[in-house]
Structures are given as structure tokens and as C-alpha cells.
Design a protein around this ligand. Structure first.
Ligand code: MG
Length: 255
């Protein structure tokens, strides 16, 4: 079922989105060579606790997972694409870090992700992150009334494929509201003009996941959660929660 949101609902989701944005900024500030992802998880969890919000990630247990997710952040480093479990391994110079984070505040969810480099950046990694951010921006621009969900996936894939990157094409974004994952599925690669028609009041998370190596292949990690690129190349993942309004898309997970 797809729940359409009122203006008041969207205003409430904007508040949870701000908490998500604040937490991601705090974790990015705290990340340095030698920092562990478990330490960053604590930074994110504290932002939630300080405002009385809770984590939709912690103990999340979908059908396909062997065990509940054990942390408030998904921390995916280098060849890990998404769903990484935070570890005590210190970050090294030039590591590519993707953090996915959510909040539930006053009954409403927000969900966003960022990718960045710790220490000395390689140009190829900066290019990958920049393209992933452009793919997200293209997907958001397509999230307007009258378009269809396929237009979002088409816009994302056009940006990624033009640069020769692979995509985690069978994963994607999702509706979001009182819970983190709702209908509809938002594809990262799709045919334009296909799928559900976008209407004002629909709120979705859009989240491209790009592979530097050009292949769409991925492998499931031994921990039951982490997805890694099959070719071992690095991956980037960025995400925003976006409300579709009569005036166009509005990003809810910005400061
Ligand atoms: Mg999401």
C-alpha cells in the first residue's frame, strides 16, 4: 500500500530529515584516518538520543536477513556497496566511506546516505562520488508530478552509464513515511515512462549505488548483510528522502 502524505505529514518528515542530515554531517566531521566505523556509529546514535529520535536501522530484520542489523549506521568502505556492518577496523588514508543513516522522530522516518574520502583522495574516487551525486540529483529532478517511477531510474542510470560505471541495479530506493521502507520500489535503472505515476504527496528515498569497475555484479558478504562489488572495485552510495509536491521535488534530508 502507498500512503500519500499531507503537507503537515511532510513538514513532520522534514524534521526527521534534518536530524538525519545533522547526524551525517557530524559523522563526516568525526571521520579521520584511524577512526573506526563503530566510533562513527556512536556519533550518529548520540545525535538521535539527544533529540529523542530512534534508529530504524538498529535491529531491522527483513525476511532475507539471517540476523537483525546490529547498528544505527550502515558503514560501507571501499568495495562494500551498501549494508555494511560497522567494524573496529581503523580507517586508512584514502579509504572511500559510505554511510547510510535513518531516524524516526515523532513517528516519521528520514533516510539518507553520503560517500566521502578519508585523508588523501584519489581522483578516480572523487570522480565516482561526484558522478553518484549527479545521478542522485538527476533522479531527484525527475521526481515530479506527471512523471513515473521509471523516469527516476532512467535518469539515474543515464548519468552512471555515461561514465562507464556499474550500478547495483536490482536494489534501489523506496517509499518512506511512518516506516523506513514502504512501497513503491524506486529503481536505479529503468525504462523511462514506465511504472507508477508520481503524484503530490508521495515521499520516496532515492539512492543510486555506483560501482567504479563498470560491472553490475555484486557478492553477498559472509556477515549476511554487506554487499560488495564482484570485481573488487570501489563503490559509492548517496541518498536523499524527497517529497513530491505540486511545485516539484523537495529534499527533506538537508540541513
Ligand atoms: Mg534508503
Amino acid at each position: 500500500m502507498i500512503e500519500m502524505k499531507t503537507a503537515a505529514n511532510i513538514a513532520a518528515m522534514r524534521e526527521s530529515g534534518r536530524v538525519v542530515a545533522r547526524a551525517l554531517a557530524a559523522m563526516r566531521d568525526a571521520a579521520a584516518i584511524g577512526t573506526t566505523m563503530i566510533e562513527l556509529d556512536a556519533v550518529g546514535a548520540k545525535v538521535l538520543a539527544d533529540v529523542g529520535a530512534t534508529s530504524p536501522f538498529l535491529n531491522y530484520h527483513p525476511d532475507w536477513a539471517r540476523s537483525p542489523f546490529p547498528a544505527s549506521i550502515c558503514a560501507s568502505v571501499n568495495d562494500a556497496v551498501v549494508h555494511g556492518i560497522p567494524t573496529g577496523i581503523p580507517l586508512g588514508d584514502g579509504d572511500l566511506v559510505s554511510i547510510d543513516f535513518g531516524a524516526i522522530l515523532n513517528g516519521w522516518a528520514g533516510d539518507a546516505a553520503i560517500s566521502f574520502i578519508v585523508g588523501t583522495a584519489r581522483q578516480e574516487d572523487l570522480d565516482l562520488i561526484e558522478t553518484t551525486e549527479r545521478a542522485l540529483a538527476a533522479g531527484i529532478a525527475a521526481a515530479r508530478p506527471g512523471n513515473r517511477v521509471g523516469d527516476i531510474g532512467h535518469a539515474i542510470a543515464q548519468v552512471a552509464r555515461a561514465k562507464g560505471y556499474g550500478l547495483l541495479a536490482d536494489h534501489g530506493g523506496h517509499g518512506i513515511g511512518r516506516t523506513m521502507h514502504e512501497d513503491p520500489h524506486i529503481p536505479n535503472d529503468a525504462r523511462a515512462g514506465r511504472g507508477l505515476k508520481l503524484r503530490p504527496g508521495l515521499v520516496i528515498a532515492i539512492e543510486p549505488m555506483l560501482h567504479a569497475g563498470g560491472s553490475d555484479g555484486y557478492i553477498n558478504g559472509a556477515d549476511g548483510w554487506t554487499l560488495r562489488t564482484a570485481d573488487g572495485s570501489r563503490a559509492a552510495h548517496v541518498e536523499h528522502t524527497v517529497a513530491i509536491t505540486a511545485d516539484g521535488p523537495v529534499i527533506l534530508t538537508e540541513l
